[in-house]
Design a protein around this ligand. Structure first.
Ligand SMILES: [Zn+2]
Ligand SMILES: [Zn+2]
Length: 216
């Protein structure tokens, strides 16, 4: 089951240009079997989500992208709306109590800009960032990041024994389905998705050219 774990739509994520209805056909074209709506700091209400899912030929899941004092966190299995910037400790406590999963989104985005490679930050140092004490997973493939940024995330995930997942962080239609988490089993809801990720029954893939782009 090919799932894109990280997608933004408008108007709930104003930074995105993706219309939810266009997203459904685009996701099919991109060969996805499922997608996760991870709007910034707000959620779809259940009724609207049901209506969208009814029109879809693929599975639709919902997560949150929450802004914390330790960076952006993707959360699954925590159906609460969290606005503003929150301390990660409190979020971790609440998500854990709900049985949810926390993923550090694009953990090394911009690390080249800040000259960390020039300072030769190594994997061991990178692993000490506080955020990694509070998450079970890192996004190790994100289509907006450079290869070295994604690579650093993958090495840190391996070193710390955390899960390494893929999500496009799509804000435009052509980004949908670029970074895919491929589950070994079919899942029908967020809880099953979490179970499969925790059991490490998945692979990840980065498509530099999407499957449909060779077709006319
Ligand atoms: Zn955004
Ligand atoms: Zn995002």
């Amino acid at each position: 089951m090919r799932v894109d774990l990280h997608i933004h739509t408008r108007p709930r994520s104003p930074c995105s240009t993706i219309d939810p209805t266009d997203l459904l056909s685009e996701a099919r074209r991109a060969g996805l079997d499922g997608l996760c709506l991870t709007e910034h700091q707000n959620r779809w209400d259940d009724r609207e989500l049901k209506a969208l899912a009814a029109a879809a030929a693929i599975q639709i899941f919902q997560g949150n992208e929450i802004t914390t004092n330790q960076g952006d966190i993707l959360v699954f299995g925590y159906p609460e709306e969290v606005r503003g910037v929150v301390p990660i400790q409190g979020l971790h406590r609440d998500v854990k109590a709900a049985g949810g999963l926390m993923i550090a989104a694009h953990p090394f985005r911009g690390f080249l800009l800040f000259g960390i490679t020039q300072l030769r930050m190594d994997v061991q140092q990178a692993s000490q960032r506080a955020v990694f004490q509070y998450v079970e997973a890192l996004e190790v493939l994100n289509c907006k990041l450079t290869d070295p940024e994604n690579q650093m995330a993958r090495q840190v995930a391996e070193r710390l024994g955390l899960l390494g997942v893929a999500g496009s962080d799509a804000h435009r239609l052509d980004e949908v389905g670029r970074c895919v988490t491929i589950l070994e089993r079919e899942v029908g809801n967020e809880q099953e998705l979490i179970t499969e990720l925790r059991a490490r029954r998945f692979n990840i893939e980065f498509l530099t050219r999407r499957r449909d782009e060779d077709k006319p």
